[in-house]
Design a protein around this ligand. Structure first.
Ligand SMILES: C[S@@+](CC[C@H](N)C(=O)[O-])C[C@H]1O[C@@H](n2cnc3c(N)ncnc32)[C@H](O)[C@@H]1O
Length: 201
């Protein structure tokens, strides 16, 4: 079994920005999933791509524990997990141009109007995605919530550094349609799934 202490990292212990080479010690590209839930996407990705380092960020303790237990049981050495607010982590701790991909699947839609300011995607968050992505890095996302999807597309249109990709990246496509637990749940309910993939120039 992999050591549970090695799988999880905490940020408030660090005062400086993160140094990926200190976390992984192998110089491989780093991809980040925000709001991993129980971890299906990140775990399947890490199994399929041992040459890539994965960071999974999930703030809900219940989901985080399930995901961590799965990572430890599978002895995956190319995943590190953070239980914290991803927005704070990205803004405060990630150095410029050091992330190869961000993945955001089924972000909470906060459908009530008075809660919309809680949505993950906004102009400030996208500025941080642009700042931290390496040139040629990608942002890949999916949602079942049509109105949120339109809002995300409008925000992305306004970004000069992110261009829409015609097809979603191969590494995501090859994992199939049941990418995450929520995708399976929403597909079973007959909801349409909206996807987007963007690249930083
Ligand atoms: C609707 S669930 C989707 C989970 C998973 N991506 C899936 O598709 O099965 C959204 C998840 O994002 C997490 N989340 C939302 N905002 C977050 C943030 N700022 N930082 C970390 N996790 C966040 C929530 O705790 C929740 O587990």
């Amino acid at each position: 079994m992999a050591n549970a202490d090695d799988v999880e990292f905490r940020i408030r212990d660090n005062e400086d920005q993160v140094c990926w080479d200190r976390i992984f010690d192998n110089g491989a590209p780093v991809e980040i999933e925000i709001g991993c839930g129980k971890g299906r996407f990140i775990i399947n990705s890490a199994v399929a791509h041992p040459e890539i380092n994965y960071i999974g960020i999930e703030r809900a303790l219940r989901y985080f524990r399930i995901m961590k237990e799965r990572v430890v049981r599978r002895e995956l050495t190319n995943i590190r997990l953070l239980r914290d607010d991803a927005v704070y982590f990205v803004e405060r701790y990630i150095p410029d141009c050091t992330v190869s991909a961000f993945h955001v699947y089924f972000p909470d839609p906060w459908p009530k109007k008075r809660h919309r300011k809680r949505r993950l995607f906004n102009a400030r968050f996208l500025d941080e995605i642009v700042r931290t992505l390496a040139t040629g890095g990608t942002l890949d996302f999916a949602t079942d919530y049509g109105e949120y999807y339109e809002e995300i597309l409008a925000l992305l249109e306004a970004s000069e550094r992110l261009a829409a990709l015609e097809v979603i990246p191969e590494r995501v496509r090859e994992l199939g349609r049941d990418l995450t637990n929520f995708e399976t749940k929403y597909t079973a309910e007959g909801r349409a799934i909206h996807r987007g993939a963007y690249i930083k120039s």
